[in-house]
Design a protein. Structure first.
Length: 95
């Protein structure tokens, strides 16, 4: 499970907005190993939270009632969770 707080700050011109984002992220991680209970290799388990940071950038286009967005995010976690690269594409509708 992942939780983030990443506000975005950008510049809007015409129908476009270019933005960057940065903030806090947290990952709840767990893993286990089943070594068939042999004494030389006992079963192992790990569970915990890893705090980290997230940075990213994106572009948003306003098309009348619709918004089209693409975004890249990089998350780096301390401890066991490592890091993640994400790319997203989105479509929004205004009411």
């Amino acid at each position: 499970m992942f939780a983030t707080i990443t506000p975005r700050f950008g510049y809007a011109f015409n129908d476009w907005m270019v933005y960057g984002k940065a903030g806090y992220t947290n990952a709840r991680t767990s893993s286990s190993s089943d070594n068939l209970g042999t004494p030389a290799k006992p079963d192992m388990a790990y569970a915990g939270n890893s705090d980290g940071y997230r940075v990213g950038a994106g572009v948003e286009l306003d098309i009348g009632k619709f918004l089209v967005r693409t975004e890249y995010r990089y998350s780096d976690y301390s401890g066991f969770a490592g890091h993640r690269h994400q790319g997203t594409v989105g479509l929004g509708v205004r009411f």
